[in-house]
Ligand binder design. Sequence first.
Ligand code: NAD
Length: 284
Amino acid sequence: MMGLGLKDLIKRAAEDLKRAKHAIALSGAGISTESGIPDFRGPSGIWTKDLEAEKRAYQSYERFLEDPKVYWEERLSTPSLLGELEETRPNPGHYALAELEKMGILKCIVTQNIDGLHEKAGSRNVIEYHGNYFKLRCSKCGSRSGVKDMDLGKLKREEKLPPLCKCGGVIKSDVVHFREPIPLDAAKNSQEEAWKCDLMLICGTSAVVYPFAQLPRLAKKHMIEKETKTESGLYLIKQVPGTTIIEVNAEPTPLSEEGISDYLIKGKTGEILPGIVQEVKRLY
Ligand code: NAD
């Protein structure tokens, strides 16, 4: 897509979306930076500025497995790395994706974000691949509940940590920590979506965290048969990629560099996604 300007790329994305029968979006921390939540690996990202914070984050899951009481005590006495998530509001990028879903174009969002901002913006079919900061999950039966449904402070005061599920399992935060397996429902549903989509709009992710970063690669493998008629009148059936992959990101990623995405629209999701919605509306 060399040579096309920003406006042309936005128009192209709108046309591709209009044509798609099953478009999905993937999102990462970049879509929420314009809501005041820092990302990890962008120029002002948490890891970019503080390597120690990254090392500590890598230990959370091990701590839970070794001693869930200590895990919970630490969690309840340490502020979230991402700031006061309760106070954050969706930005135009989140609203644009919600609008594409309402228009019947976008069928699903698979997000790495734990901030719940897609739902706050009105998106309904959201797969929270790395969980949700405002939820708890049982490590045994996998059932989820709201953080507010349990008085964790009281459990701490009464020395009753860790919280336990009705099934007897130990409850952890729903947030998926580094080295923790992706919950089966999220892993299965997102794979199915990646396999069946014919358009994937990837917004604000460095695409280096696995297995999430596998989803565009899976979509890329989806080939379809296309019939073409040669000049001599013969029909040829060719295998061609069945999924258009579009990235909206502030900088190139391994997906753009390795040719997994068909094109990158470089810039802010809070500006480009509303621009795409506007163009889609013009096409109807
Ligand atoms: P990342 O920090 O690795 O990458 C973010 C990418 O978005 C970078 O390439 C950056 O240049 C780009 N970006 C930043 N602001 C942008 C904007 N306004 N418009 C377009 N692009 C922008 O994030 P990741 O790939 O999502 O991986 C980080 C992991 O950390 C995820 O697994 C996620 O669970 C977690 N995380 C979540 C939140 C959140 O819930 N908001 C915030 C930080 C990290």
